[in-house]
Design a protein around this ligand. Structure first.
Ligand code: UDP
Ligand code: MG
Length: 314
């Protein structure tokens, strides 16, 4: 069904195997829509190559509800790709992003919209102030990641920041204009700038289904974030090199003085061995970092599409 009027609010929902959660989310979104009768909504469900019937479910929603649209990918491309596809498709004056599992409370949307409409803010974003219900080790590494990112990156990422946010059309345009293949939305949202207001809420556990993130998956994703928004690790090799130059110079002086005054007994094989292994380790480590950046550059150079659409409404 063609829309005569531009929607006021577009909400992008990335969905990967969310068939169990979708009915709950849709009911909540309906409540938000009813609470704001003056506004025209557009719900964009992006089915990220689900294999549990999510694709059929969102197509059905789009058929039944004139405000709902969907995009189905040819395979699983990841949440970042789903977000990009949804943002590109969004036509609203204000554009939002929300998870399908109700971990992002839709009930906050009216307040978020209210704040945007004052014209004082370009984006209203949310952060979790607690991580209850989450494994302790996961929280620990998450905190560590945010701390490292704050130090080494020009994209300031707030601890506990969710992707859940509502923004102006202007900010959405800026985000969509970033065509990089390695997408790290938390970094992109911050990197584009604009005035962001933060709303805090307590962690909510997902309503149905299960998380798509393993610990290892999250770990790799955090490395992705670091390489995407900081080149500081590349300096590490130079720093190590410099430190070792100084250390070897001092050591050389020490050996010369020692030989002159006390003679030169045979040097220890174990100490030599550990120094060689240590420096070899550092070399491999820094070459590995170089490799990470090279790999990212390689993927960017291929200019592959971020996602491939199999099916979509309208
Ligand atoms: N998601 C997606 N593609 C993926 C993985 C996740 O579109 O490959 C969606 C998922 O359906 C959900 C959101 O991204 O709406 C967040 O995923 P999840 O709840 O698994 O992450 P968590 O909340 O545990 O960080
Ligand atoms: Mg979730």
């Amino acid at each position: 069904m063609a829309k005569a009027k531009t929607p006021d609010v577009s909400l992008v929902v990335p969905c990967y195997n969310e068939a169990a959660a979708l009915p709950f989310l849709y009911a909540e979104l309906g409540r938000v829509r009813d609470a704001l009768p003056g506004r025209r909504f557009e719900f964009i469900f992006v089915d990220d190559g689900s294999v549990d019937g999510t694709g059929a479910a969102v197509a059905e929603l789009a058929r039944r509800d004139g405000d709902a649209r969907y995009i189905s990918f040819s395979r699983n491309f990841g949440k970042e790709a789903a977000l990009l596809a949804g943002l590109e498709a969004a036509r609203g004056t204000y554009v939002g992003v929300i998870d399908a599992d109700l971990q992002d409370p839709p009930a906050l949307i009216p307040d978020m919209l209210g704040a945007l409409e004052t014209g004082e803010w370009d984006c209203v974003a949310t952060r979790r102030v607690s991580r209850k219900g989450e494994p302790a080790i996961r929280s620990l590494f998450a905190r560590l990641f945010y701390r490292i990112m704050r130090r080494i990156s020009d994209a300031h990422i707030v601890d506990g920041a969710r992707d859940f946010r509502l923004m102006t059309r202007q900010m959405r345009d800026a985000i969509v204009s970033m065509t990089e293949y390695n997408r790290f939305s938390k970094g992109i949202f911050s990197w584009v700038g604009f005035r962001t207001r933060w709303i805090e809420f307590e962690n909510v556990e997902r309503v149905a289904g299960e998380t798509k993130w393993s610990f290892w998956g999250l770990f790799l994703y955090s490395l992705e974030g670091i390489t995407a928004f900081s080149t500081v690790p590349l300096i590490l090799a130079s720093v190590f090199g410099f430190v070792f130059c100084i250390a070897s110079f001092v050591l050389a002086c020490f050996v010369i003085v020692k030989t002159i005054f006390w003679g030169d007994p045979v040097a220890g094989y174990p100490s030599l061995m550990s120094v060689i292994l240590f420096i070899g380790g550092i070399q491999l480590f820094t070459i590995g970092i170089l490799g990470q950046y090279l790999a990212k550059t390689y993927l960017e150079a291929k200019k592959r599409p971020v996602y491939i659409v199999k099916d979509r409404s309208e």
